[in-house]
Unconditional design. Structure first.
Length: 445
């Protein structure tokens, strides 16, 4: 009798656990994190109810669920309980120390930029929207202070910038004489305006996108603290711009977007790929696969409209961000659209509120396209409007093209998971993005 009872109990437990929920994240019972939140994503298998630390968890019709737990410093014991069983997760949160970094002042020293594409920033912080320009290898600078891992760059008497210490080399003060101004020139074409300015060596510059013009400023602080050269180029309604440097000769160019659809090149960038899977959804789906599906649908639709289309990847391959940008530049991209699905990160986000479609841009010239694509994609998908945002993302930073990054839906939202696992999701997302690009292309103010 006792034996039979035990057998029955084992059988019950076995059936129970087989039907119980599956956690996709976290995938270990014990972990150590530097984040403020622990996220739980998973799939409920039967008709069960789930609670995490006694808080009831919402389960979407397809079984997907998501939950976040705010962590305290040190040990956190988190109990995931369902109708069929219970699991304990031990998450250790490291204390994050927030020390104020001291500023250090020193007298002017010369420095030389070691690489191309080095950001000159308005604040000594390695992230965000603080980029003033990207400097070339061999640019001559003056630095006069430091904070943390940054040097303060003296540009003129009322302008300073910041540059990563690892990107420059300090040199002896009397190494050479100040740069000399050699001349300036301008050329006007049907769709472009080009201005050149030449010095005997490479100098720092900044770029501002104003209401009506692009303002390029070149600084020659070795000569004097007032030595600033302003180049203003008026901008058309839809525009891209670029800087080129050949030794001390700078070419600043503002281009009008072509009005001929056959001449307009759209580069479609399916995010992630290969070993880089992107976000993992509540049900364990991989973002990279959905991105690719949308990209391939979008390629078809844009070609039908008459656009010239290039893909950064057309299959499951691995590409660095640099390679994606290079493909865009080499193919003469006018418009660049990167396709992704979102996930929530370590900020106090509401796991259920953060859902739907958002579109990111970095430069001002891409904001309007972002608005168009957000509007048409939320409409086509019937998704929540998660807005248009500015973010410093590598692939949309170049100014040579109009660049956006579309987050079609949230991988981590249970309700969105119903949407992105639906059969025609990729087709509808692609249709929305295609409509947005086309509406933007033909739009007039
Ligand atoms: Zn992504």
């Amino acid at each position: 009798m006792k034996r039979l009872f035990l057998l029955l109990l084992t059988l019950l437990l076995f059936v129970g656990s087989a039907r119980s929920f599956e956690l996709i994240m976290p995938n270990e019972k014990k972990s150590m994190v530097n984040t403020n939140y622990a996220f739980f994503f998973g799939r409920a298998k039967g008709y069960e109810t789930i609670s995490i630390n006694d808080e009831r968890v919402y389960i979407a019709p397809n079984g997907a669920f998501a939950h976040s737990v705010k962590l305290k410093d040190g040990e956190n014991r988190i109990m995931v309980r369902s109708t069929y069983g219970m699991q304990i997760y031990n998450i250790y949160k490291n204390t994050i120390e927030n020390q104020e970094i001291p500023m250090e002042e020193f007298s002017k020293r010369k420095a030389i930029v070691k690489n191309d594409n080095v950001p000159l920033r308005s604040t000594p912080v390695d992230a965000g929207l603080n980029r003033m320009s990207h400097l070339y290898e061999g640019t001559h600078l003056i630095v006069n202070g430091s904070k943390g891992s940054f040097y303060r760059v003296f540009l003129s008497k009322n302008k300073e910038g910041w540059i990563a210490k690892s990107d420059v080399m300090l040199v002896d003060s009397d190494y050479d004489s100040p740069a000399e101004f050699l001349g300036m020139d301008s050329e006007r074409f049907k769709n472009a305006m080009i201005q050149t300015i030449t010095f005997t060596k490479k100098l720092p510059f900044t770029i501002e996108d104003n209401e009506t013009e692009i303002l390029f400023r070149v600084y020659n602080p070795e000569l004097s603290e007032d030595s600033v050269y302003n180049i203003n180029i008026p901008k058309p309604e839809k525009y891209v711009y670029s800087v080129n440097s050949e030794n001390g000769k700078y070419t600043f160019k503002v281009n009008k977007l072509t009005e001929n659809i056959n001449e307009c090149t759209v580069v479609i960038d399916a995010g992630h790929g290969g070993r880089e899977k992107g976000a993992i959804g509540c049900l364990g789906d991989e973002e990279k696969n959905i991105n690719l599906k949308i990209a391939l649908e979008l390629e078809k639709l844009l070609k039908e409209k008459g656009f010239n289309v290039v893909l950064t990847r057309g299959y499951d391959s691995e590409l660095s961000l640099k390679e994606r940008i290079q493909i865009a530049k080499d193919s003469g991209a006018d418009i660049f659209v990167s396709i992704h699905l979102n996930s929530i990160s370590d900020i106090p986000m509401n796991i259920h509120k953060n859902r739907g479609t958002s579109v990111y841009h970095f430069n001002k010239n891409s904001k309007e396209l972002a608005e168009y694509v957000k509007k048409s994609t939320t409409r086509s998908l019937g998704s929540h409007d998660d807005g248009v945002r500015t973010a410093s993302l590598a692939v949309i930073r170049p100014t040579e093209y109009i660049g956006i990054l579309v987050e079609t839906a949230y991988m981590t939202n249970p309700l969105d998971s119903v949407l992105y696992t639906s059969k025609d999701f990729a087709q509808r997302a692609a249709q929305g993005i295609c409509n947005g690009i086309t509406d933007y292309f033909y739009s007039e103010k």
